[in-house]
Design a protein around this ligand. Sequence first.
Ligand code: SF4
Length: 399
Amino acid sequence: CGQCAAVCPVGAISERDQIDEVWAALDDPSKTVVVQTAPAIRAALGECFGMEPGTLVTGKMTTALRNMGFDAIFDTDFSADLTIMEEGTELLTRLKKALVDKEDVALPMFTSCCPSWILFAEYFYPDMLSNLSTCKSPQQMMGAMVKTYYAKKIEKKPEEIVMVSIMPCTAKKHEAARDEMNDSDAQDVDIVLTTRELGKMVKQAGIDFSSLADSEMDAPLGLSTGAADIFANTGGVMEAALRTVYEIVTGRELPFENLHVSPVVGLEGIKDAEITIEGTVPEWSFLEGVTVKVAVAHALGNARKLVDKIRAGEAEYHFVEVMTCPGGCIGGGGQPRITTDEVRKKRIAAIYAEDEGKTLRKSHENEGVAKLYEEFLGVPLGHKSHELLHTKYYKKELV
Ligand code: SF4
């Protein structure tokens, strides 16, 4: 049914091939064609060319995109860092309202990066929609920034830009087409390709992928930190958020070895962790001594179990990450097939290696994001952010 097709992240029900639309845009001299690639792509695209699962191909992928004629190559990692700035601020704001102002605010807050999870909640948990973070996903945040901030920089109108996304799942095609994502002056994202479609396109272009030299993504929206890389793994969005939130509140690094929140790392279906906040900076003193409780679920069966427990008052958390695909986006339905647990583990390890290899590993350290706030957005959760980076959810009925 239409609903299942919309929620289905693995594209088993329908997958609309949009490669020709991208070639047409690249052939149109009146268009500036910008591409973004999600964190999970870099650990899996190589499999389309016979490489081992978990081979990192970030640099080769960038060169291939440049050779195919894209005008600018940006990283969804950039907007993942931006998401953490917005989502982390949203979480702290909700905690302040609950603990200081004693307002009746919706907690736990749920992540909102995964469009299949959003649809699942809209159909099956409409009473909990206020618990979902209002942040658009990193894919949509990038589109919104390209059509406004970047368009202004390159002196183009939003309609002269075609925003293409390379994503690990087919649900992102549905997300890009949601009315709520297209209610400003321009559509955030115009065309979404899966990892497999990109692999096909590279072959159509006759590019010998394995022999490509590495290159870097473009500034300013191609800069990123390790925190953004780990969005690809189950538990990664949570860890990225905690790295920033803990440091904002205490002025110190998250007290986990190598910054990894080990209880939420790995393929267990439901994971949780507790962190007691001690030594806050004055602005966040209301959090002194508070034990922040977080949970992570991947695959919808696990999400259902976790949400049912929360709804029944049998479990209490402040922040919950839900990803629909087993293993998170590294196991997305648009990734090269077949995805076994062994493949998932290799891709997960590659993503953590990418994170650990970066000098900057916390979203608030991304200088490009800091500049974006300075030049354009103002402050996280400010007026412009609300207008461009946040969204609404609606109860949906099965017919
Ligand atoms: Fe798409 Fe990632 Fe959600 Fe899977 S977990 S549906 S790949 S966003």
